[in-house]
Design a binder for this molecule. Sequence first.
Ligand code: CA2
Length: 146
Amino acid sequence: MSKVIYILNGPNLNLLGKREPEIYGYQTLDDVRAQCEELAGELGLKTVFRQSNAEHDLVDWVQEAREAADGIIINPAAYSHTSVAILDALSACTLPVIEVHVSNIHQRESFRHHSYVSARADAIIVGCGVEGYQLAVRHMATRLSD
Ligand code: CA2
């Protein structure tokens, strides 16, 4: 049976490709979803791809992933910098976790330099644009095959 990766996206990522292209590029979240599904398929993985502007949805989906998934890729967006709740949900599961940020958060405002989620993430990809999601899918495949 195929292994399943949850790819979870936080607030405002639905605006990708529609605003601030100088920071986030021109590809939309639907483009990212399609690219992840295609690559995961080639690697023999299934994806569940979701976005929400609500912190509690992300907490609920991490809890769901504990039962339903083999790994989690998460861009918590602005909640990276504020959410102990998402960190706690991730800490309660033993799955591999990869944190993705489209932009290089360390080159931006100081409030973006710290991510609560990084304390739990097994790997972190920042500043690679939306390609970071594909890098994360590829790396998750490597981890899940080990
Ligand atoms: O670089 C990233 O992936 C971020 O997680 C994106 C978040 C930001 O709060 C983090 O600090 C870094 C923002 C989500 C996207 O927001 C947009 C806003 C306007 C236009 C396009 C996207």
